[in-house]
Every structure is written in C-alpha cells, then in structure tokens.
Design a protein around this ligand. Structure first.
Ligand code: NOJ
Length: 759
C-alpha cells in the first residue's frame, strides 16, 4: 500500500513537473511572440468573427473577413464549415498576416457534429455519464476531422422553466446531475490532452445563470440571490472548470443588474480568483454591444467595461477591435489588460498545438473516414434509445406485438425536417430516419404499417412563419384539417393499435424560441382526441425540445414514450424501443408541470414556513386554489418494460463525523419479465440548517443493468462534503445535525431513513 501510495505521489509529482515545464515553455513562447506584436495585432487576437455562409446563429454576420485576417485583426472564426474552407482561411492567416498567427476555428457542436445525436436535454435523461462522455468524444472526433478546434459546448445552464426554449440544450433542473454531465462533456471533448488532433477546446456556457431568465423569455433579466447561485446554479460551471475546460462563454443576461459579459465579479473575482480558471473567456454573440441596449454606455464604454471585467474575446461585435486602442490612449483600459486577454488566447492556440502545425485538423483522409462513419451512426441510434423516457405503459401496451396492423399517425411520424432538434447547425436533415422508416427498417414481415399525417404540427401560419426561419419545419398541408383527420381515422380503423407521433417542431425550442404555452399545439390535440374515441390502444410518442404539459396525454394514452428530439437515427431507435428490442431506461431530468402557472416547479425547492402536508389544498398553506403543488411527473421518473423493487435502506452506521463516511445500501430487484437498466437515485434532506435548505437534493445515482429476476445490492458512500452547502456568507460549510436519506427509482417514490452528522 505504502509503495502504491509512493508510486502515485511520484507519478503525480512527475505529472505536475511536466505540466510546470510545459507551462514554462508555453510562457516563453508566448512572451517571445507578444514581444513582436504591435498593439493592433494584440487587439486583433481578441476578435472572433463569423463570415456567414453557414447557418446563421445570430442577427449579424461579419464583413471584410479576409482583409481583416491578413491585417492580423482576427483571432478566430466560427461558422466556417468544412476542412477545405478552414484550410483556406488558415492559409490566409499563416501566409498573409505579418506574424502568421494561426486562427481558432469554432462551431456550435452541441449534440454531435455532422452525425446528430439527441438534444442535450434528451441525452441527460440517459443518466449515463460514460455514454454522455462518449457522445462528446465522438462529436470531437468528427468535428476535428473537419478542421475545427473549438466547440461552443457544453451548455450547462440549470433550467427550471420549460417556457425557455434553450432548456433543450442543457441537462435539466438539478445541480448535481448537471455537474456530472458538465464534467463528462468536457472530458469527452478535451480528453485531457488538447495537443491531439482529435480533441478540441471545449467552451462551457453560458456563464452564468442564463437558464433563469424572467418569465422564461430568452435574453431576459436574471435576478437571483447569491446563496441560490452558489448552491443551485453555479455548480455545473464550476464542475466544468474543475474538469479543465479550456474556455468559457459569458451569457447575455444580467447578474446583479450587470450584464455577465461586463461583470467583473463574475469573470474575475469568482471565475479566476475563487475558482482558479486559467483559460480564455469569450463573449456570446454581440453580447458586448448589447450592453449598449442594457443601458451601460456606448460601444467604447461597454467594450472597456468588458475587458476590465475579464473578457478576453469579443464574438462578432468588433467593439474590442474598434475601440480598445482609443480607450488605451484615454487611460480607460490598461496595456496589461489587453496583454492578459491576448496572452490567454495565444495560450489556447499553443495548447492546441496550432503554432506547431496550424493545419493539424485539416486532413482530408480523416474527414472521409471519420465523418458520418458507421460508428457514429450506431452510436446515434444507441444514444437515442437510452435517452427516451417511458412515462406510461398500461397493462403492457408496450412493447408492441410483432404482428398485426399498426396505424402510425401524426405530423412527426414521417417527417425528416424535425428529427435533429435545435442547434444541429452542421447536421443534415436529409439523413434523418423518420419513425415510419424506422418501423419499416425493423423488417418484421408480420407487421403491417399504415401511415397518415393526421394533422399539421400547427395550423397557425403566423406561428409557422416564426418557426420556419431556418427552413420549413412546420409544413402546412394543402388539405384541410378535416380531410387529414378523416384520413387518419380511416387508417386507424384498420389497425390493431394506434401509434401517434406528435409534439413540437425542432425550432419550437432552442434560441429565441420561448413559449408561453407548453402543450402540444391544439390542432394535434384535437387529432389525438379523435383517435382516442376509437377505443383502440393508443400509444403516444412525443417529440419536443422542452418539458410539456402532458395532462391530457398522461390520462388518455395507454402508453407514452417521451423522446425529446432524438437526432438523426431517431426512427430506428424508436422502433427498437417500441418493438422491445431495447428496454427503455431514461428518467426525466426536469419535473413536468401540471400547467404553466406552476412554473417554476422543481423537486429541490426550499422548505417554506407553511408547507403543505399532502397535495390537498389547505387554507393558509403555501398552495394554489386550482392546482396541486406537486408536478405532474416528478424529477427522475421513467418506467421500464420491467419493474424494480427496492428493499429498505441499510446504513453502515447511525451517524458520521466530519471526517467520516457513511454507506447506504439497498437491494434492488428486477421483478419484471425483461432484462433492464434502472437508475438508482440517492437524495438527502438536511433537517436543520443555518439557512433554509431544500426539501430534497440528489447526491448520487447509479445506472445498473439487472437481468430479469436478478437482485443486486446497491451501495452509496456519502462523505461529509456531500452534505455541505454555501451558507449566507457564501462559505461552503457542513453543519452537524439530522439528515434524511432517500433511495428510489425517482425523486418521489423512495425508501427513507435518517442519520446524523456529528462533530
Ligand atoms: C449565440 C448562442 O447564445 C451561443 O450559445 C452560441 O454559441 C453563439 N450564438 C454562437 O453561435
């Protein structure tokens, strides 16, 4: 043991010596380079542009990009897609600019690159961290094979408001789960070594609190106590920093009334001083300029404010490029502030190995071999099956019998345009497998599949126009709603079971896609109501980019599979699950509200002074006259074709002290007829604290495969650090006292025990 320890110490100290000598070499290199740089060239490095041509991800695109590159006025580009185009742009930088400094090439590689995986919110429902890490690894492999070296991902904003369209891009409502996902993604992208040609610089975003916009309206104000920030919203960003993320993107929103991009407390005091972040910070798209509209001054003022706050790179707005020199002359910024920002960008380039070989990611052979490979395609299918959440399954409606006639109905049943989901800027919609094709691909001869569209995604032409900004997602049929419905009913009449594939178009969520109603569009609901009247088994497959109000659906469907937007292989994956070749194992990572009025509804809310004892209304209690407090579907919920039972919890001791650990064990048994995976979840409740504490907090989970009939002991070790929190002085503390501990298959149906933390 001692020898092992000694070995470990030697390896760690060798690693840190290697790191130190690596850092020293980098410093020497960057120092020498910066000595040669003019002020203009330094400011040029702080400029990130997008020449357009690809999918627009913001309202403006950059002009005169080639000329600016040659003049040394550009540090990086994004939105340039393809090995060849990237090579050309890099050639401009290294052949035509005075100091030949290579460019960074970024992109929104959000859920896969050219091969599109399920949207991040869907991926998070897998609760499968190795899988999520692999999804980022595969995305990095593909993106780097196509010339990219920087991914604007992971998005780790905690989101508890399904009205907000960008909830689709994150991992849901929980800080613990969100932190695990953040770490897995960073490790997947960077793989601990940025010098490789198949890893890239990750960029955690949007720092910070972007998911808490008032009213769920995108780009809106965020106003939050520091205690809530530290305990609930900041942990995933911090986890990404701890995992070594190389860059951070500031968010559009204000924090304490100061926009994040110009917020010195956020970008310097917290991020660099408290958390020790050493990488570079990039603004979001024109978020420097947007501070003018926030009312913080003109372009020169907001650019100076941002630089002084700790921002290194200005995305698209060119405020740094056009005003910093003047600000330096007027003493509004310092040379050191410009140098520091420039240094961090050059260091990122150095770590990526761009100074050694600016074309290391431009490799035609790799591109041909690794992009859209079979491995990627298989992974897309596997990831999708694991992301689906079975919300209802009455009397074994699913899996479907592999015989008889299936009526496949709905605007998303045979649709390629909406399978990829939001933020699939490099994905190809034509490669999508619609559900109809997936069901046919299963090749079950005894099954007859009939199809009818049944309804448009929405009948509202104005709404469709807003959604269709990147191409037609809502395709309004020439036929009337009645004609489509009649056709669907006629098809359903001939069937043994109806499978209705309904929900949201892909661009009904994502950036600038907030909704004040979170039901499926009414015309689709009308279709479902007609189908319900037929009295046949009704299976709903619901696609969406956000949690929805599923009241009617949960009550009326015989089975409901919630799939978010499942990526390009979704049709095959849905067939895998509907036919029972894959047993669903996803669990929700957001509480699903009963209606919009309940929002925000999340499981880990604080205790109130007038809590409700049950879900029934009581006068002078914290509740509503017209709806229960509880969500319609709790956080962590998801069924399997099998069922699992949980024994009571055994604890290794009744208490732990501040240096100790406690082990909680349950026996979980697969009591059903299928092999299947279960996500065993551990929660705690701190009974008494110096501040009000949440009623429940996720502290651990394990995704485990159980053969049918199999029992396994599942243990969690809880250390004192798991019980800590940020107190009102924002100090991380652990306070002795009583705790409840819960273990179960979701946040509500749990076994419970208590233990004590003693001094
Ligand atoms: C704006 C979005 O907020 C951000 O997530 C994205 O990375 C940039 N645009 C670049 O496309």
């Amino acid at each position: 043991m001692k020898r092992l320890l000694l070995g470990l110490i030697i390896i760690t100290s060798l690693q840190s010596t290697a790191q130190q000598s690596g850092d020293a070499k980098m410093k020497l290199y960057v120092d020498a380079l910066m000595k040669k740089m003019t002020l203009d060239e330094k400011i040029g490095q702080l400029n990130l542009l997008t020449p357009g041509g690809g999918v627009a991800t913001g309202a403006v695109v950059s002009k005169g990009v080639e000329e600016k590159i040659a003049k040394g006025q550009v540090g990086g580009l994004f939105g340039v897609i393809g090995e060849e185009k990237i090579r050309q742009a890099q050639e401009l930088a290294v052949n035509n600019s005075r100091l030949k400094i290579p460019l960074l090439f970024g992109s929104d590689v959000i859920h896969g690159y050219k091969t599109t995986f399920p949207i991040p919110l869907g991926l998070s429902c897998s609760w499968d961290m190795p899988m999520i890490e692999r999804s980022a690894r595969l995305a990095a492999t593909e993106a780097t094979a196509d010339g990219l070296n920087w991914a604007f991902s992971p998005m780790v904003d905690i989101a508890r408001d399904p009205r907000w369209g960008r909830i689709a891009e994150g991992a849901g409502e929980d800080p613990y789960l969100g932190s695990q996902v953040a770490k897995a993604m960073v490790v997947g992208y960077q793989n601990g070594d940025l010098s490789k040609d198949n890893t890239l610089l990750a960029c955690v975003k949007h720092f910070a609190l972007y998911g808490a916009a008032d009213g769920g309206r995108d780009y809106n104000t965020v106003d939050m106590s520091k205690v809530k920030m530290y305990n609930d919203y900041l942990p995933p960003y911090k986890a990404a920093v701890d995992a070594g993320v190389g860059s951070i993107m500031s968010s559009f929103n204000t924090i304490d009334n100061i926009p994040a991009t110009g917020n010195r407390w956020l970008l310097t005091d917290l991020l660099r001083k408290q958390w020790g972040f050493k990488g570079m910070v990039v603004s979001d798209y024109t978020s420097v300029n947007e501070m003018i509209d926030h009312g913080l001054g003109d372009l020169q003022a907001v650019s100076a404010l941002s630089l002084k706050a700790g921002l290194d790179m200005d995305m698209v707005g060119e405020g740094f490029l056009t005003t910093l020199k003047k600000s330096l002359g007027e003493g509004k910024v310092t040379q050191k502030e410009i140098d520091d920002a420039c240094r961090r960008i050059l260091e990122a380039k150095y770590k990526l190995g761009l100074f050694t070989d600016p074309f290391k990611y431009c490799n035609k052979e790799r591109a041909a071999k690794e992009i859209l490979s079979d491995e990627q395609k298989h992974a897309a299918r596997e990831f999708a099956t694991k992301s689906f959440v079975l919300l209802k399954n009455n009397q074994g409606t699913l899996p479907l019998k592999k015989s008889g006639t299936i009526a496949l109905i709905g605007p998303l049943a045979n649709n390629k345009a909406n399978m990829l989901g939001t933020w699939a800027v490099s994905g190809n919609r034509d490669l999508s497998i619609p559900v109809f094709d997936g069901m046919k691909n299963a090749g079950i001869k005894e099954v007859n599949i009939l199809y009818a569209k049944g309804a448009n995604i929405s009948d509202d032409t104005l709404f469709a126009k807003k959604v269709n900004v990147f191409g037609t997602r809502i395709d309004i049929d020439k036929r009337s709603a009645l004609e489509m419905m009649d056709e669907a009913v006629a098809v359903a009449k001939q069937s043994d079971v109806i499978v209705a594939v309904v929900g949201e178009a892909s661009e009904m969520s994502g950036e600038s896609a907030s909704r004040s109603s979170i039901t499926i569009p009414q015309n689709q609901k009308k279709l479902l109501k007609e189908l319900k009247k037929m009295g046949k088994p009704l299976v709903l497959v619901i696609m969406s980019g956000r949690p929805l109000d599923l009241n009617w659906e949960m009550e009326n469907a015989d089975a409901l599979l919630f799939v978010y937007h499942g990526g390009q292989e979704v049709g095959n994956a849905i067939a895998d699950v509907l036919y029972g070749d894959v047993n669903p194992s996803g669990k929700l990572t957001n509480s699903f509200p009963r209606n919009v009025g309940q929002i925000p509804v999340y499981y880990n809310h604080l205790k109130t002074g007038r809590p409700q004892a049950t879900d029934k209304f009581e006068k002078f209690r914290s509740n509503y006259l017209d709806v229960e407090n509880s969500p319609l579907i709790p956080f962590g919920y998801g069924l399997s074709y099998s069922s699992f039972s949980y024994s009571d919890i055994k604890l290794s001791a009744a208490s732990l002290n501040t240096t100790g650990k406690i082990k909680a064990t349950v026996t979980v048994t697969n009591t059903g007829n299928y092999d299947g995976e279960e996500v065993v979840q551990l929660y705690t409740r701190d009974m008494v604290g110096s501040i009000a504490r949440p009623v429940q907090e996720l502290k651990g989970f394990q995704k485990i495969m159980f053969k049918k009939g199999e029992s396994k002991e599942v243990s969690f070790t809880i250390g004192v650090e798991d019980l800590g929190f940020y107190n009102s002085d924002l100090k991380f503390v652990t306070e002795p006292g009583e705790f409840k501990l819960f273990i179960g298959g979701n946040s509500k149906d749990v076994k419970e025990t208590t233990f004590k933390l003693v001094k």
